[in-house]
Design a protein around this ligand. Structure first.
Ligand code: KIV
Length: 274
């Protein structure tokens, strides 16, 4: 597999994402929650790094994303920012920091921006949170929307199944997508929806649409880095997930060899001591 030749080393901005959509260049996006992963991703040439609240599952071992707090997201966001020079960094606003209260939403947004140095924020939902989106945008903070499967609403949905298969839900999603664009969002994530719906929304909107399980006709793709690296358990195998490595096996092998070397006195050897 040959690497994509990055020719433009300037900082990625929301404006540049819009230009990429206009010229039909696909946008690459992956998650990171810490300095080391963010630095490797940035040096690999990724366009966008998402400090996702999926840190709740991946980093903290929670079943849902709901336990994440502002402090957690600020910690992860600030760690990621230290490792990034080029990529656009988006931080997820955590559950409870913006829903149903636009004053709280603005205060939460300002804290994340001030304390992480991130470029922009992502919020889940459409019409229900539009007041919060508008308020945050009014402070000059770029916002990305997130529709379809929105994990912070898992208790309402009840399952992680594909969303918007039914006409009524698909129509609401299209309406919400336009609402977010009209409010001034710079981009939109569509999660786990039929590919035809992903294609339709992408065609109708001027802002870039990034898919995760939303088909190939969107403007870019996002995956959870730990999933595509094969670090997370194989029991999580949605159709949209392509595993590019089996790091879990590689790590297990390295750990087992280390344990053996320590137990047998093979580590450290003469060159590894003072
Ligand atoms: O939190 C996250 O990682 C996300 C992606 C799945 C889009 O929101």
């Amino acid at each position: 597999m040959s690497a994509y030749n990055i020719e433009d080393f300037r900082k990625v901005t929301t404006h540049r994402l819009s230009e990429m959509k206009q010229r039909g260049e696909k946008i690459s996006m992956l998650t990171a929650y810490d300095y080391t992963m963010a630095n490797i991703l940035d040096l690999s040439g990724i366009d966008v790094i998402l400090v996702g609240d999926s840190a709740s599952n991946v980093m903290a071992g929670n079943i849902t994303t709901l336990p994440m707090t502002l402090e957690h997201m600020i910690y992860h966001g600030a760690s990621v920012m230290k490792g990034v020079k080029r990529a656009l960094v988006i931080v997820d606003m955590p559950f409870g920091s913006y829903q149903g209260n636009s004053t709280l939403a603005l205060a939460s947004a300002i804290r994340i921006m001030k304390e992480t140095g991130a470029d922009c924020l992502k919020l889940e939902g459409g019409e229900e949170i539009i007041e919060s989106v508008r308020r945050i945008l009014s402070a000059g903070i770029p916002v990305m929307g997130h529709l379809g499967l929105t994990p912070q609403s898992i208790n309402k949905f009840g399952t992680y199944n594909v969303r918007a298969r039914e006409e009524e839900e698909a129509q609401k999603l299209i309406k919400d997508a336009h609402l977010l664009e009209e409010a001034g969002c710079f981009g939109l994530v569509l999660e786990k929806i039929p590919a035809v719906l992903g294609a339709q929304v992408t065609k109708e909107l001027k802002i870039p649409v990034i898919g995760i399980g939303a088909g190939s006709e969107v403007d870019g793709q996002v995956l959870v880095a730990h999933d595509m690296l094969g670090l997370t358990g194989k029991e999580f195998s949605p159709r949209f997930l392509r595993r590019y490595a089996d790091l879990s096996s590689a790590m297990t092998k390295a750990f087992e060899q280390y344990i053996l070397d320590v137990k047998t006195g093979n580590f450290p050897d003469e060159r590894e001591q003072y």
